[in-house]
Design a protein around this ligand. Structure first.
Ligand SMILES: C[S@@+](CC[C@H](N)C(=O)[O-])C[C@H]1O[C@@H](n2cnc3c(N)ncnc32)[C@H](O)[C@@H]1O
Length: 702
């Protein structure tokens, strides 16, 4: 069945026309469990017939393009013949020739040592409060020697004009700038000041991290100032807090040419952002310069404000009016002289285009700063501006050979506000403790419909024995009298803030058989989500999940929910994007090396239980965790947890934060696919490029 046909069938079900249409998609067991079906009226008044109290069919809003399905599946799949040759003894019918499954393992950077989340890495001691980003708070954290003062440039504003230059598009200009650009590249080795590749990636990561930290501080500050009519200068205040707090991240180095880590086409939202990353250091002046050893000054960057239409029409060629005071005639001195020197020495000048756009939804004005790349000053002249006032004009041309910038497309994505495009208020339709909204600010696509469940669905004949619970009527503590503490190797695995103390092959939470109260701090993952999370459309990896709250390291984030399938059934499934292999890896030395393994039930090696394999399939039924993407530098890790049964072959997969995660950050874990071990239904090795963009990316998802 193709995707569009499938969408049609599920919509019919969602509209309550036929409860059985969906069966062709979600498996016959739904039809069989008719007796347990509940009819639910969903948020928008549509009805869905569902197979358990915890299930929801997600409706497809009319006319929306869900038939494109999982955007991720369109990405770079490369199939290579070779199951039978590359993997010895394997072919499509060989049980070793498996399709893709993620496996549970701790965050890989923990391997080799015990990482205590709540003590060493939870900067907030597990507090759910976002760390305080205030000037006062941070100044006490810095010794005077490490603090620096904020540079405030109270100099007169430079006035900039961008206009079309009639004789400017000749081939000659382009040839000259191309040659000059080549020369710069050769002299500097590359666009990144001759840095090695890894250094470039690190520089990029530093830029991204700095901007993220600054924006968080700025946003918090603006929220606090809201009642006080948004005092001016909040950007500078935020900058001061940022510098106090993250001095090491500030780039005070002065560069001629491109600044490592900053790409042509990058967008910024405040002048101080340019200072932070070292693209243009003066906060107000339009021209930045450096002093050479011989004492002469050359200009290295300018900020050129203009109307959006002018920027669109004259991106490659602009006329910049020099720096001046409001009343005086301009002179060739100071930064104007520096710009002239750049012309004389053919020194490339970074140009940052500044303009204003209007957000689509509320027409609010938004200032944008766009890094346009390197330009050469070609010519300057004196021009009469009014009766008794003269200004200097500098004609600049973009050096050829640089990345093309599609201004229209850039503006379109910028016009969509970050919180524009919430297309579903709650994908869980009330099944989670906190609604999970869905945001798509880049297209009108909706997630592929699926049955929402907040609890695992076990195979019909699966009936594990209930666990022997503890008898701690008054609550559990680290005592040998608590059966659950003993099962955990002598300690409760969580601190009193509910943060996991260390990754372990297996964690036993207290469960329904225990006598302790629901407030027992050995009940964490079973209580469900406690942070505001959002499913969102990513630029290149289909859907993803991000947090809207600050998540302290070690916190429980969510469980991976889907249908629990035995291995045989899992092998039959055609889609494996959402398959999670469980219960297989307690004894894998490479995964748990150095981590606490003192779990009594694991001491005697694999038992019969663990030989039976299970997988959780979230393709047709599951929660929002199915949308969490992979990253080679994850901020979540998957933890085996047992609480409602004792069967180690089918543990719950619970995600915990392995670092403090700021609001707005995408949630990601390491899928741990074995490279070249994923096969399609014909036995061919399947390969997929990893698009996580991390500095330490391994290159391949599988
Ligand atoms: C469990 S799904 C994650 C949600 C998925 N993005 C979606 O839209 O439904 C796993 C699939 O997402 C895509 N994906 C996740 N992380 C990725 C990454 N780092 N690079 C490339 N593709 C990724 C791949 O297509 C992968 O098979």
């Amino acid at each position: 069945m193709d995707n569009s046909a499938r969408t049609g069938a599920e919509m019919e079900c969602g509209l309550g026309k036929s409860s059985c249409n969906i069966m062709s998609n979600v498996g016959a067991e739904n039809c069989e469990s008719e007796g347990s079906k509940k009819s639910r009226v969903t948020g928008n008044g549509l009805k869905s017939n569902i197979s358990s109290a915890a299930d929801h069919v997600l409706e497809q809003p009319e006319g929306k393009g869900a038939n494109t399905g999982n955007g991720a599946s369109k990405e770079s799949d490369v199939a290579a013949k070779g199951c039978s040759s590359a993997v010895p003894g394997s072919n499509a019918n060989d049980p070793n020739c498996r399709r893709g499954r993620k496996v549970i393992s701790p965050w890989r950077f923990q391997i080799g040592y015990k990482r205590s989340f709540s003590k060493a890495f939870c900067s907030n001691g597990g507090s759910l409060e976002t760390p305080e980003y205030s000037a006062q708070g941070s100044s006490t954290q810095c010794t005077p020697g490490t603090r620096s003062t904020v540079r405030c440039y109270a100099s007169p504003l430079s006035n900039v004009r961008v206009s079309a230059v009639r004789d400017f598009s000749s081939g000659k200009g382009e040839k000259e700038t191309r040659a000059a650009y080549k020369k710069v590249k050769t002299e500097k080795d590359d666009d990144n000041q001759g840095m090695p590749k890894n250094g470039v990636a690190l520089a990029r990561e530093k830029v991204i991290r700095s901007l993220r930290d600054f924006r968080l501080i700025y946003k918090n500050l603006l929220n606090k100032l809201e009642d006080k009519s948004r005092e001016g200068g909040a950007d500078l205040q935020a900058y001061k807090i940022f510098r106090d707090r993250f001095l090491a991240q500030c780039n005070d180095e002065r560069f001629v040419g491109n600044v490592p880590g900053i790409h042509v086409g990058d967008i910024f939202y405040a002048r101080v952002e340019l200072c932070i990353i070292g693209l243009h250091r003066p906060h107000r002046l339009g021209i930045d310069h450096i002093r050479k050893e011989d004492g002469t000054c050359i200009a290295v960057s300018i900020v050129a404000y203009a109307l959006l239409s002018d920027v669109k029409d004259n991106f490659d060629a602009l006329v910049y009016s020099g720096s001046r005071t409001a009343t005086m005639n301009q002179k060739i001195e100071g930064t104007n002289l520096a710009l002239k020197k750049s012309m004389d020495t053919k020194t490339p000048v970074r140009v940052i285009h500044g303009f204003t756009i209007h957000a689509k939804r509320n027409s609010q004005r938004k200032s944008i700063l766009l890094y346009g790349g390197l330009y050469l000053v070609e010519k300057y002249w004196r021009e009469k501006e009014s009766e008794d006032r003269y200004v200097y004009m500098f004609r600049m041309r973009r050096m050829a050979g640089q990345k093309h910038i599609d201004i229209e497309a850039t503006m379109k994505s910028e016009q969509a506000e970050p919180y524009d495009g919430v297309i579903m208020k709650d994908i869980s339709q009330g099944l989670e403790r906190i609604p999970i909204s869905v945001l798509n600010s880049i297209s009108d696509e909706h997630p592929m419909p699926y049955i929402y469940m907040s609890r695992l669905k076990y195979p019909p004949n699966y009936q594990p024995a209930p666990p022997a619970g503890c008898a701690c009527v008054g609550g559990c503590s680290d005592s040998k009298l608590c059966a659950c503490v003993v099962k955990n190797g002598g300690e409760i695995p969580f601190n009193d803030k509910g943060c996991i103390i260390a990754a372990k092959p297996l964690v036993y939470e207290c469960g329904p058989s225990c006598k302790c109260p629901p407030t027992c701090h050995n009940r964490v993952g079973q209580k469900g989500i406690k942070f505001r999370l959002q499913v969102f459309k990513t630029k290149s990896m289909g859907w993803g999940v991000k947090t809207l709250n600050y998540i302290p390291s070690g916190s429980f984030v969510c469980e991976y929910i889907g249908e629990v399938l035995d291995d045989e059934e899992a092998q039959k499934r055609m889609t494996d994007e959402y398959l999670f292999a469980i219960g297989h890896n307690y004894y894998d030395e490479s995964l748990w090396e150095g981590l606490s393994r003192s779990i009594p039930s694991l001491q005697n090696g694999p038992g019969k239980d663990e030989e039976t394999g299970f997988a959780v399939d979230a393709s047709k039924m599951g929660n929002f965790a199915k949308f969490i993407n992979h990253s080679c530098t994850p901020n979540l890790y998957a933890q085996n947890v047992l609480y409602d049964h004792d069967d180690k072959s089918a543990p719950h997969i619970m995600f915990f934060a392995c670092e403090d995660i700021p609001p707005g950050q995408e949630l990601v874990y390491h899928y741990n696919y074995a490279i070249d071990q994923v096969h399609d239904e014909n036995g061919n090795i399947k390969k997929k490029k990893c698009l996580c963009g991390s500095v330490e990316c391994d290159g391949w998802l599988y």
